[in-house]
Structures are given as C-alpha cells and as structure tokens.
Ligand binder design. Structure first.
Ligand code: SF4
Ligand code: SF4
Length: 200
C-alpha cells in the first residue's frame, strides 16, 4: 500500500462537509492554543522555515482577541481549547479572529483565501472542532486511520531495526569464526612447514 498517498487522501476532507457557519473564522487557535507572543517567536525563527511560514501566514490573517471575547463567541470551543492545558497555563491560551470576515460569517477574500483556510480543519488529535462543525465526525475518523498508519509504520521500522541488529550480530559472529579458522589454518601451515624443513 502507498501509505503516503493514503495519508494525503485522509488529510484532505471534502469541502462540502462545511456548513458555512463561519465560527472557525470568528475564533481560532494556533497549534491548539499558542499565545500571540509564542506565535510571533516562531514566525521569526528562521531555523525552522516551514514552521515560521505557517506562523506568519496565520498572523497575516488572524488578530488576537481577549479570552472574554473568545468565551462570548464560542463557549464550547473556548472551554475545550483551555481544558487541553494545565490550569496554570490556561489564561495564556491565545484566541484569534480573522481580519477578513464580514457580515457575520462572510469571507471578504473567499476566492483568494489562503491555503491554511482551504486546508482547514486538518485531521489531528490537537484539532479543536467547533460545535456542529460539519467536519468533526469525518475529521476524527480520518485521524484514527492516520494514527493507525503511523503506528503500523513505527512497528515495521522497529522490526527492521531489530532484524538489522540481528544481522549485525550474525555478521560479527561469522567474522570472529572466520578469524579463528584463519588463525588455526596459519598455525597448521606453520607446523607443517616446520615438520618439512630439514633440521639444519
Ligand atoms: S466551523 Fe466547520 S462547518 Fe463551520 S465554517 Fe468552519 S469549517 Fe465550516
Ligand atoms: S480568510 Fe476567509 S476563510 Fe480564511 S479565516 Fe478569514 S474569513 Fe475565514
């Protein structure tokens, strides 16, 4: 099976599942709940370009909102996002709102909306779905399948490593055995030569 292709398929969810409620544009988190300051740090960390690009894209579209505004907009989402962090970190969970949403739930740049909007939501254990989000059920199913593929690949990789180590041990033993045989042969040859040599 082509695992990469399968995972790619599972990551792309059918857009018709979206019920256009617009909640994901009104309230969002980055990587489950990073604060604005943490995202800015990632955005300027050039040692990891793909993460930095993702963080910059996010900040181009989204602006921070207060936790109070987030609670009023979507209390379920607010509580789930916060509950994923230890209590002493919860007040730092960052919530954001898109700059391009208008008239309740219309996207002003729909035709040109960025990739991160087109890819949303990505099936993953850290994804927090909005109440009644049309992608929730499919996203959770797809993540389970992706997780099973990852676990199976990890298992195969572990088995291969064990086989590689076993082959290394066999090879080392074979080398030792052949060294022993060579030493014994050389000893025999030397003894034979001594026996054949005249004693003067
Ligand atoms: S929350 Fe889900 S259903 Fe609502 S607009 Fe966003 S993706 Fe679509
Ligand atoms: S750009 Fe459009 S689709 Fe993307 S979050 Fe903003 S309003 Fe929503």
């Amino acid at each position: 099976m082509d695992f990469a292709k399968k995972v790619e398929e599972l990551l792309k969810m059918p857009q018709e599942l979206c019920n256009m409620c617009g909640l994901c544009c009104k309230i969002a988190t980055f990587k489950g709940g990073m604060s604005y300051e943490e995202i800015k740090e990632i955005a300027s960390d050039y040692s990891n370009p793909s993460q930095a690009d993702g963080a910059r894209d996010f900040l181009t579209i989204f602006e921070p909102i207060t936790q109070e505004q987030a609670r009023n907009t979507a209390p379920d989402f607010f509580n789930i996002a916060r509950s994923r962090f230890p209590e002493d970190r919860r007040d730092k969970v960052g919530f954001f709102k898109c700059r391009f949403i208008k008239d309740g739930s219309l996207c002003q740049i729909h035709e040109d909306r960025p990739l991160l909007c087109r890819m949303y939501p990505i099936p993953h254990e850290r994804t927090v779905y909005h109440k009644n989000c049309g992608f929730k059920e499919r996203g959770e199913q797809n993540w389970q399948e992706i997780k099973t593929i990852i676990e199976s690949l990890q298992q195969q990789s572990q088995e291969l490593e064990e086989k590689r180590q076993a082959i290394n041990i066999d090879t080392e033993n074979a080398i030792k055995e052949s060294d022993k045989l060579i030493a014994e042969s050389e000893k025999l040859i030397s003894e034979k030569q001594q026996n054949n040599n005249p004693p003067y």
